[in-house]
Design a protein around this ligand. Sequence first.
Ligand SMILES: Cc1ncc(COP(=O)(O)O)c(C=O)c1O
Length: 294
Amino acid sequence: MICMIPIYSGTFTFFVDTLVRWGVEITFIDVDAEGDNLVQAVEKAMKPNTKLVFCEIFGNPTVSIPDVLGTIEVAHKHNAIYLIDTTFASPYIVQPIKFGADLVLHSCSKYLGGHTDIIGGCVTCRDEANWGRLKSQQLTTGSSMSPFDASLLARGIKTLAIRLDRISDNAMIVAQHLEKHPKVKWVKYPGLESHPGHKYANQMMSKFSGMMAFDVGTAEKATKLVENLRIIVHSISLGGTESKIEHPLSMSHGKQLITKGWPGTIPEGMLRFSIGLENPNDIIVDLDQALEKI
Ligand SMILES: Cc1ncc(COP(=O)(O)O)c(C=O)c1O
């Protein structure tokens, strides 16, 4: 398989600890490093035994944006299945099956549930044969949600559109503010024209969800910033009602991944930020007072 990175650390660990033991060979391709050469890099990495091409709509944690339409075309040219994890955007923001993806994966624990109080996941299929195979796996391995969690998920989905409208609007305001802040080296938000992958996001969506990454220079400054926040929660989860921030190099994408051979680069001063439903002015005031202290 071909796996574009960065990706969620749990998916990476599943690939290198479990899939590899099942005989799966993985070629990693770095979306941030390849930039506009990504399609050619995927084409070059294709082997006669390549069966699957995988990516995330916005890579976790750097919020990189792959050329999804271009890489779907390459996968299909070589008869490979295209699987995309769209957790960071939600199905309200983008429906990759419309653009040719074969399988779409979501963590329902994030935007779909929306309140950070359930664990769940789903896969959507374009093809009925794949659906049948997955359904059989689900039944035989017992991966079913409890009725209570399912009811919370069903309740969460009712407000998905309203939440994602507000979250996307908030995120744009906050990203524009951070982009001008003298203590911030760079901001990567899919809705900003300065994001190198903005053109690819624009091909598929008109709102850009609530995930962004920004860099304050050093790990020390990043840690100090999160310690001084008052409203924004220092936590590894995302996609809920509250704004949440984490320092990937010491949390989600830290030492443990590096010892497993993580093939990408995580900037030491980078923070991953999930914007919530608060008043955007409150988010900005909180960020500004914490930025003042670093
Ligand atoms: C992109 C992405 N996919 C999948 C997951 C898995 O989520 P969970 O197992 O918590 O539902 C996560 C978790 O952070 C994620 O960021």
